[in-house]
Write a protein that binds this ligand. Structure first.
Ligand code: ADP
Ligand code: ADP
Length: 223
């Protein structure tokens, strides 16, 4: 069975169709890049796969079981306990230290503060952030902040990591460093990754690339 799957998912915002029968099946441990023009439905697809949005029709399955039929609370628990997230601008809590930001998913999952911080610590060496544990995240550079966001997305060892333009706010070199770290860490812990990007160089890090056009998913066909 696939780790995460959309079957014929359709979703409109009012009169605006965002997804029109999207199909995507991501195998366990696979890293898939979702590309496509702005407004094509990439984020909406990611949000449906991650149980943030529920499609109007079609199915979303995690490990073979439907999640689109779950209630708000069950989906929220699934996101907290099973999925990890990385967004474009990191979306760290600026008043918290880098280490507290990384520990956040563990704290929300009920891990005690000392244990959560201890679990966060190895990520700093791993991602080239040694010494920045106590830095307020509002004082980090863009590349540092995005690596902290990546650590936060992976610290609870999620089964699926959802990354929406994780390099979108970074220059090319910094973005490639973040992608390299993301792919290495995901492979090490066998995490399935669904990555939305409009940058071909970023998508090239994935095992497979798909293209969303007008709310439908197509395999990438080389030009
Ligand atoms: P992409 O990620 O490819 O840029 P989106 O999934 O964000 O595309 O958006 C797909 C379409 O749905 C666009 O027309 C967008 O304006 C619309 N849309 C997305 N989210 C919302 C929303 N919350 N409310 C209204 N329209 C939305
Ligand atoms: P992305 O660049 O990843 O597509 P956006 O900046 O378009 O993300 O959207 C950020 C958030 O705003 C998302 O949660 C999306 O659902 C929502 N959104 C996108 N388009 C619209 C819209 N036209 N109206 C309201 N909300 C929107």
């Amino acid at each position: 069975t696939a780790a995460i799957e959309a079957r014929d998912a359709a979703l409109s915002f009012g009169e605006t169709p965002a997804l029109r029968g999207a199909n995507l099946s991501v195998a366990t441990g696979e890293i898939v890049a979702v590309m496509g023009p702005s407004g094509s439905g990439k984020s909406t697809l990611l949000h449906c796969l991650a149980g943030i949005l529920v499609p109007d029709s079609g199915e979303i399955r995690f490990a073979g079981r439907r999640i689109d039929t779950l209630g708000e609370r069950e989906r929220s628990l699934l996101r907290r306990d099973t999925f990890g997230f990385v967004f474009q601008f990191g979306q760290l809590v600026p008043e918290l230290t880098a280490a507290e930001n990384v520990a956040l998913p563990l704290l929300l999952g009920g891990v005690k503060r000392a244990a959560a911080l201890a679990q966060a610590r190895p990520w700093f060496d791993r991602l080239g952030l040694t010494g920045l544990e106590g830095r307020r995240s509002g004082e980090l550079s863009g590349g540092q902040a995005q690596r902290v966001a990546l650590a936060r997305g992976l610290v609870a060892r999620p089964q699926v990591l959802f990354a929406d333009e994780p390099t979108g706010a970074l220059d090319t070199l910094t973005g490639e460093q973040v992608m390299d770290l993301l792919v290495t860490a995901a492979r090490e812990q066998g995490t399935t990754v669904v990555l939305v990007t409009h940058e071909a160089r970023v998508a090239a890090y994935a095992d497979r690339q798909v293209v969303v056009r007008d709310g439908r998913v197509n395999a990438l066909v080389a030009a």
